[in-house]
Design a protein around this ligand. Structure first.
Ligand SMILES: [Zn+2]
Length: 71
């Protein structure tokens, strides 16, 4: 399983709740922040995902978050 698969799986499990890069890093145990940032940017370009400035559902910070759009 690739890091991208892990990130995608985590976001999908949250249903439509938004999560920031920092929380993704923490949840998945990623060490380099830039790594999650790169993955969420990649996911944001695929259908079903939305990346924008909003409140993170985990840390409640006003950050760039990504969420899975319900169909
Ligand atoms: Zn967060």
């Amino acid at each position: 399983m690739t890091v991208l698969d892990q990130v995608r799986g985590l976001i999908e499990r949250l249903s439509s709740e938004p999560i920031c890069d920092d929380c993704i890093c923490e949840k998945l145990g990623l060490t380099v922040r830039q790594h999650a940032n790169h993955k969420t940017r990649e996911l944001a370009g695929t259908p079903g995902f939305e990346r924008r400035k909003d409140l993170c559902s985990i840390c409640r910070g006003d950050k760039v978050v990504i969420r899975h759009l319900r169909k």
